[in-house]
Write a protein that binds this ligand. Structure first.
Ligand code: BES
Ligand code: ZN
Length: 873
């Protein structure tokens, strides 16, 4: 028995083949009862059956093992529920016969309020509070609902039966085969599923309306919404049908199940979950309201749907062998969701927005406390934390890099053969590489190992020397130090024109390229711009020497470069500045080259960089803060004037999104005209929620705007905003408001806001949205976090949302003393589920502190800032 404790994986002597699972949730008592009969293949001599179970109690006398062939019923001589390892160990008096047998277990559990396992979510119906029962099993919580082999590689078929109140909708992965009503209860049984992993099993029981459509090959698709809100499901339904048809072509395999249901769940920890045939979503990620949703909300719905449906193939049909390969699921689904969204909505230019993924990946992976894409997992408790920007965003980015290296067609063909080969089975990272290597003839495995098996990424420095370009790679770290890593970097470059290109693999530390011929005979100019990492397809940063950098600045001003390249130059420059490898003066000068920028993605990054710069300046050289703000305000004028406050007839989706972000930025930087206008429109909105003066795309800007002027003695607008929060029943509106409240600069108000987040008025899934605290509220937030830590740990500690409290409140600090204080505070309070995030957040504080110091030491910064701030454009 001892030999089974402390192991990362279950022993392999019993293999589950089929689960016959019956569940009876009691929605008012918040309990459930269940029974499971598992067809097991005993493949090695053993007296033990070891499987997963947690937070369940077994019904006395309900555990038995029947050997079919011998018709013999064995009862275990010993039953051990090992809490720490979440396993159930059954010991039998004799060795179990090799071959198929059936394990029976009866059990009971609680419908918990932790948004994992089998849990309850609450909603109102006709003014009455109600519970629904929902499952969320990924990564390792199926074991909290029924005893099972809760590992992705243990695939089996599932035959599910539910006993539920007869008036409710009861959904599971497969279509219903039979429904028997018996008074207040009904017994619903579902078709048996194909083989699948436990983390994809799902059940939803509650009151819902739905909208329905069908794909061209007959898959029935439904979107389930709160009663009375079915209209809000139409957009997601449209996306789902289009996406299923697209993936069927792309993966060259049809969707494997007869139906697909998508359900909006009012309490949901993640954004969405790809349960096979029954995808669950946060309301904000599924529902779209014509009147009150913003363009950004619409885009979010489309990309989330496209992501979850990608998993129906990549993840559900072909499943990772173990959590080390989680990135295969998440990185791939993230990448391919752009492909689908682009095909459905080409006018969104969604690939330019892909850069948000890569930049967030680069940001996290620039920390010494990052981890490799393929990460060792030794305990179930460690899995939650790897659903992070490395698995998702770096994962998606290295896939994009590889696709652009191999070419789209070759890539797709190889993928299709990978899906076909591993369908209804499991695969590892190297299996995907092997398929791509076979399809392309390129050394994919060797190339990609350098990206997935070690953490970090390179910065490629480039300079001109004697008519030659000299390239050098070294590991980029935001702390400014250099790591030891080395990569095989697919370097691409353009010179003077997008027609003059060069590609090569940088396999060593440095490389020289003779550019004489391709410089002189084409563009003719030895002074032509040279842009590396064309289209930002590679997961690395580039550092140009001063000469090349100034040519690029000129090329930006002259509008020679594509939006993706403009984004990349800015983003790399910002990262280098934060790492103290480039002065703030030169970053600001570069930012000045973007004054006529009009592209959403680039502008949006310019804005988020300006927020970060303003925060550092506030710490480093507060006397320059006003001038910095003035500079940023002038930088955004061009777009602001073009876009105005009113939506233009027939304008693009991207302009609609940009308007909101620009106005929000102008509000944050205290532009008086913007604040006045925000107030005027907000009050019109208070008088009439359907006023045309405050369309959804600019609401956040107006909310942030009015919060800038709120203070303890001037709290009316704050209270009005809370009233809007209370009165709306649209989650997107609530989220928008939560994201605006803490932008106020009055610490007393901030404290009120933070306490509000913990009140019953904010669902626990949403509290983290209120943590976007202004720099003036930073200290208040930290004191509050310490004050409430016990409560926070108790309420959110079981899931991954707790990490957001830590990172949001800790990371904004910028001094070594604070880093030390934080470290000391958490010394006795850290635990496995926040350990990584805590280390990363503290590292960020160190990085900020270095940066502050470097800015303070910068000569001529004040002159440069004054000059930029007062320049007339
Ligand atoms: N498989 C995840 C859901 C998940 C996340 C389960 C974390 C367990 C822990 C799902 O496919 C997903 O990735 N959802 C994203 C949204 C997506 C569009 C990036 C999410 O929840 O944020
Ligand atoms: Zn996913």
């Amino acid at each position: 028995m001892e030999q089974f404790k402390g192991q990362p994986r279950l022993p392999k002597f019993a293999v589950p083949k089929r689960y016959d699972l019956r569940l009876k949730p009691d929605l008012s008592a918040c309990k459930f009862a269940g029974s499971v009969a598992v067809d097991l293949d005993i493949v090695a001599d053993t007296k033990y059956i070891v499987l997963n179970a947690a937070d369940l109690s077994l019904v006395t006398g309900s555990v038995s093992f029947t050997n079919r062939g011998f018709s013999k019923v064995l009862e275990p001589s010993k039953i051990d529920l090992v809490e720490a390892d979440e396993i159930l160990v059954l010991e039998f008096a004799e060795t179990l016969p090799i071959g198929i047998g059936v394990l029976h277990i009866g059990f009971e559990g609680t419908l918990n309020d932790k948004m994992k396992g089998f849990y309850r979510s609450t909603y109102e119906h006709n003014g009455e509070k109600k519970n629904m029962a929902v499952t969320q099993f990924e990564p390792a919580d199926a074991r909290r609902c029924f005893p099972c082999w809760d590992e992705p590689a243990c695939k089996a078929t599932f035959k599910i039966t539910l006993d539920v109140p007869s008036e409710l909708v009861a959904l599971s992965n497969m279509p219903i085969v039979e429904e028997k009503v018996d008074g207040h209860l009904k017994t619903v049984s579902y078709q048996e599923s194909p083989v699948m992993s436990t983390y994809l099993v799902a059940v939803v029981v509650g009151l819902f309306d739905y909208v329905e459509d069908c794909t061209s090959d007959g898959v029935k698709v439904r979107v389930y919404c709160q009663v009375g809100k079915a209209n809000q499901g139409k957009f997601a339904l449209h996306v789902a049908v289009g996406t299923l048809e697209l993936y069927k072509e792309y993966f060259a395999v049809p969707y494997a199940l007869p139906k697909l249901d998508m359900v909006a769940i009012p309490d949901f920890a993640a954004g969405a979950m790809e349960n096979y045939g029954l995808v669950t979503y946060r309301e904000t990620a599924l529902l779209y309201d014509d009147q009150h949703s913003a363009a950004a909300n619409k885009q979010r719905v489309a990309t989330v749907v496209a992501h979850e449906l990608a998993h129906q193939w990549f993840g559900n049909l072909v499943t990772m062998e173990w959590w080390t390969h989680l990135w295969l699921n998440e990185g791939f689904a993230t990448w391919v969701s752009y492909l689908a969204t682009d095909s459905l909505f080409p006018e969104w230019k969604i690939w330019t927005q892909f850069l948000d993924e890569s930049t967030e990946g680069l940001r996290l992976d620039g920390l010494a406390e990052s981890h490799p894409i393929e990460v060792e997992v030794n305990h179930a408790g460690e899995i939650d934390e790897i659903f992070d920007a490395i698995s998702y965003r770096k994962g998606a980015s290295v896939i994009r890099m590889l696709q652009s290296y191999l070419g789209a067609e070759s890539f797709q063909r190889s993928l299709a053969s990978y899906i076909k080969k591993y369908a209804y089975s499991n695969a590892k990272t190297e299996d995907l590489w092997a398929a791509l290597e076979e399809g392309s003839g390129e050394p994919v495995n060797k190339l990609m190992n350098s990206w997935t098996k070690q953490k970090g990424y390179p910065v490629v420095s480039v300079k001109v020397k004697d008519q030659k370009l000299v390239f050098e790679q070294s590991q980029f770290l935001s702390s400014g130090s250099h790591g030891e890593g080395q990569w095989i970097v697919p370097v691409t470059l353009c010179c003077g024109s997008y027609d003059v290109r060069k590609n090569f693999l940088l396999q060593t530390i440095s490389e020289t390229l003779d550019i004489k011929e391709f410089l002189s005979d084409r563009s003719g100019a030895a002074s032509a711009w040279i842009k590396l990492n064309v289209d930002q397809a590679g997961f690395y940063r580039v550092k140009y020497d001063e000469d090349l950098a100034s040519r690029l600045r000129y090329a930006i001003e002259s509008k020679y470069l594509s939006a993706t390249d403009r984004f990349g130059i800015l983003d790399d420059s910002f990262a280098l500045c934060m790492a103290c490898q480039q002065s703030l003066t030169s970053l600001l000068t570069l930012m000045g080259a973007y004054r006529e920028e009009h592209e959403y993605t680039v502008m949006s990054n310019l804005i988020s960089i300006s927020y970060k710069v303003a925060r550092i300046v506030a710490d480093a050289t507060p006397e320059l803060l006003d001038d910095i703000k003035r500079f940023f305000i002038s930088l955004f004028q061009y777009s602001a004037e073009k876009l105005g406050w009113e939506p233009k007839q027939g304008e693009s989706h991207l302009d609609a999104m940009l308007r909101g972000e620009i106005l929000t930025a102008l509000a944050v930087f205290g532009d008086d005209l913007t604040l006045n206008e925000a107030s005027r429109r907000f009050h019109a909105f208070l008088d009439d929620r359907n006023t045309s003066l405050l369309p959804p795309d600019i609401r956040k800007a107006a909310y942030v705007g009015v919060m800038q002027r709120v203070s303890t003695s001037n709290r009316l607008d704050y209270e009005s905003l809370l009233r809007v929060y209370r009165e709306t029943d649209l989650s997107q509106e609530k989220t928008r408001i939560l994201g605006s409240l803490a932008s106020c600069s009055d610490p007393n108000i901030i404290l009120e806001v933070l306490n509000f987040l913990l009140s019953s008025e904010v669902r626990s899934q949403d509290a983290v949205f209120g943590l976007a605290v202004s720099i003036e509220g930073r200290e208040t937030a930290w004191t509050w976090l310490k004050d409430k830590w016990e409560y926070i740990a108790k309420t959110w500690g079981a899931g991954f949302l707790i990490t957001r409290f830590v990172s949001a409140i800790v990371s904004p600090f910028a001094s070594l003393e604070k880093a030390k204080e934080i470290e000391e505070y958490f010394a006795s309070r850290s635990k496995p589920s926040i350990a990584r995030t805590l280390k990363q957040s503290i590292e960020r504080v160190h990085i900020n502190a270095n940066w502050v110091q470097s800015v303070q030491n910068e000569k001529h910064l004040a002159d440069a800032v004054k000059d930029l701030a007062h320049r007339k454009y």
